[in-house]
Design a protein around this ligand. Sequence first.
Ligand code: FAD
Ligand code: 2HG
Ligand code: ZN
Length: 470
Amino acid sequence: MSAGAIDATLVGELSRIVGEAHVLTDPEITAGYVVDWTRRFAGSTPLVVRPGDTAETAAVMSVLAAARVAVVPQGGNTGLVGGSVPLGGEAVLSMRRLNVCEPVDELATQVTLGAGVTLADAQAHVAASDLSVGVDLAARDSATIGGMVATNAGGINVLRYGAMRAQVVGIEAVLADGTVVSHLAGLEKDNTGYDLGSLLAGSEGTLGIITRVRLRLHPTQPERATALLAFESAADAVRAAAALRRSVASLHALEAVFEGAMALVSSHLGLAPPVGSLANDGAGNSDGGAAWLIAEAAARTDPSDELGTAVTELDDLVVDAAVALEPAARQRLWAFRENVTEAISAAGIPHKLDVTLPAARLAEFTDGVEAVITAVDPEAQPLLFGHLGDGNVHVNVLGPGGAEPADEVDGAVLRYVAEMGGSISAEHGIGTAKLAELHLNRTEAELAAFGAIKRALDPAGLLNPNVLLP
Ligand code: FAD
Ligand code: 2HG
Ligand code: ZN
């Protein structure tokens, strides 16, 4: 259905809508659109179309729908579950040219952004009004607002502001047949029926093409204090995280890096962790080698006393701590968390299992998951880190020499998560990577409801057909 229907007439029709320069068919040029960020998922496409606005997106979709061409919407292509690349030979609809930042609505503290605006550009745009976007993540220079809504992205500030869905106060999208649905008034109270913004958030390109998003904004919190804390056990880190969440009202981020991931990122950066020591440093130290937490407080007035007091009250739980206030010093601490994904990618092609555990099972999980993995693939190397404040652990698994681990590792870890009452996808989505395991978290009745919604909005199944829905 996808490749066969594309001929010169169709390419001509699309070129008339978006301009010849924005219909790409040369495999050398389309190559950048078919492999995902991790390099684990690679497909092929006969066609990449790059519309410039909503009207062009709608016209392109009606042409593709009439020709029954399946489509993968793509933003920054930083997604980590294989959902943004054409694994079944689909056309790619690249949304990056929809990059208009409309003026900040200072009275409503909201802004309307094109789907292709990068998070970094959105952050810079609203910072001029002393406001900030509620979601922040390390892929900010490439990840787009449309992609972030489509995945309901989480990131480092979820414990304060919620994930992307919680930021959306209005949405505009193009449906599979080219119809535009637009609801961008951004009224905080608006009970006039189904909330399409909520439905499209987390829909991973399967229900509609997001073209514009209206986001709620938050007052900037310019005064910051950041602590890096080392622990001898995962259980101590989990207990400390719970205590910090209760005692630090200005808590802005609460992140974790476990031993294997800390060893890898330290070696990638060429720096030893500023506190605690790595068990494999050859020195035989035991002063905190199991887990590290980064706790950041942010407020309009200096939050360092609040954070400092809370850290002191952790007492014997913490083996060692460093606190930084100046941006450069804080960034030096953050480097050990923000660069983990890049360090893993430099080491090989991981399987990424992004999961949430109930607080009561978190430490048991982080202690037990290595045995679950090595029982399936004895040579696999687990690397754990994540957003501990949200109960969200990123389990990355590398095979020997950086190769992929055995495929069975994924199912084993995700079953372990489900048995503990957790979620098999905390923030990255299901994509194609976790399709086979979705049933672990969703009942047959729920999956049937998903299917009914999909058929209602995309009866021909043209939007991202290899993603999310079994
Ligand atoms: P893409 O990767 O292009 O697409 C992702 C999905 O959204 C696909 O299914 C695609 O079809 C769909 N899509 C894209 N644009 C649209 C649109 N306009 N309309 C409809 N569907 C669309 N994620 C987190 O949640 N938290 C993190 O902390 C985090 N950190 C990251 C750090 C790094 C270094 C990297 C590489 C990734 C990280 N991610 C994180 C994952 C990724 O950045 C997010 O999933 C992000 O939301 C993807 O945005 P994108 O524009 O790159 O979307
Ligand atoms: C993060 O929190 C991202 O750094 C990426 O969600 C996680 O690489 C990963 O598995
Ligand atoms: Zn994350």
